[in-house]
Ligand binder design. Structure first.
Ligand code: G1P
Length: 306
């Protein structure tokens, strides 16, 4: 069977859910008053990078799941007429483009998660935002940045192709060292005829290495059949006492729903902790036309000194 083209597959979802209700404890004290999702990677908030990825894969709407007091995340996607007028009057066209970019990328709505009951609960909070005709939805965890190897389209586009071919739900997997399985959802898989696609036989949240079915972990990209919301209503608290998205996916698998993973071989950054965030910032800055050359030169000198 031949794969459908990206443009056919891009119709797989219109809405991307971004859970962003956490306290950002690993970034305290910065996150006392600034949501983690607005911390800048060079000059762009992580949430805008994630929105760009969703839009490129065909989404036209972001549903940001926030705590009641975190509305500034969605505000980033509103236009700022006064600021824009000031920049325009001063002839700052480049900055004007940067300011307008987020609202032009995608429409952002919010869904409120009153209590931090887990990722599964956060995703369930966005169900009322979906249109009646939407039979699949993407979920992007803003802690994860998932970038394609050079010249490839993004992983969400590939995931849409896989849903078009195999049906059901499609997640993204990447290899982790065996001792790191307890930080991730981990897959039990079998091969398909596509080398970058595995069929998922089971999924377990944060297993100890001895209990992990493989080294293939969930990156924070999900293309979920709408049936997931029904499964989310039936799960019990799991790892960490939280309602886990992993457990809803595992329930769907157990009931015969097809679930596949696209094995991601490109870059992944973890913005969820300062160490991972720094690597992402340096990686982006090195590629930046304004800051890259200077940073490369300084880093070289600095590393020689240490
Ligand atoms: C979440 C998911 C986990 C996934 C991870 C990817 O965990 O529950 O299955 O592997 O994101 O970053 P968290 O990092 O929120 O603990």
């Amino acid at each position: 069977m031949s794969s459908p083209t990206s443009s056919q597959a891009a119709a797989a979802f219109r809405t991307a859910i971004v859970p962003a209700a956490g306290l950002g404890t690993r970034f305290l004290p910065a996150t006392k008053s600034v949501p983690k999702e607005l911390l800048p990677v060079v000059d762009t908030p992580g949430i805008e990078l994630v929105a760009e990825e969703a839009a490129e894969a065909g989404a036209d709407r972001l549903v940001v799941v926030t705590a009641p007091d975190k509305s500034s995340v969605v505000e980033h996607f509103r236009s700022q007429p006064e600021l824009e007028a000031t920049l325009e009057a001063r002839g700052k066209q480049r900055l004007l483009r940067k300011v307008r970019r987020a609202p032009e990328l995608i429409t952002a709505d919010s869904a409120i998660q009153d209590k931090a009951l887990g990722l599964g609960h956060a995703v369930a909070c966005a169900e009322p935002n979906l249109g009646a005709d939407e039979d699949a939805v993407a979920v992007l965890l803003p802690d994860d940045l998932v970038y394609p190897a050079a010249d490839e389209s993004g992983v969400l586009t590939r995931m849409s192709e896989v849903r078009a071919r195999y049906g059901g739900s499609v997640l993204c997997a990447f290899d982790v060292p065996p001792e790191r399985t307890s930080s991730y959802g981990v897959f039990d898989v079998s091969d398909t005829e596509d080398s970058d696609v595995k069929r998922v036989r089971g999924m377990v949240e944060k297993p100890q290495p001895a209990d992990a079915p493989s080294n293939l972990a969930a990156a924070g990209r999900y293309l979920l059949d709408r049936q997931v919301f029904e499964a989310l209503r039936r799960i019990e608290p799991g790892a960490g006492g939280e309602l886990q998205l992993t457990d809803a996916v595992a329930l769907l698998i157990a009931e015969g729903h097809p679930v596949h993973v696209v094995v991601h071989r490109g870059t992944r950054h973890d913005l969820g902790n300062p160490g991972g965030f720094l690597k992402a910032a340096v990686d982006f800055a090195l590629q930046d036309s304004e800051y890259g050359d200077d940073l490369r030169e300084w880093l070289g000198e600095r590393l020689n000194r240490s």
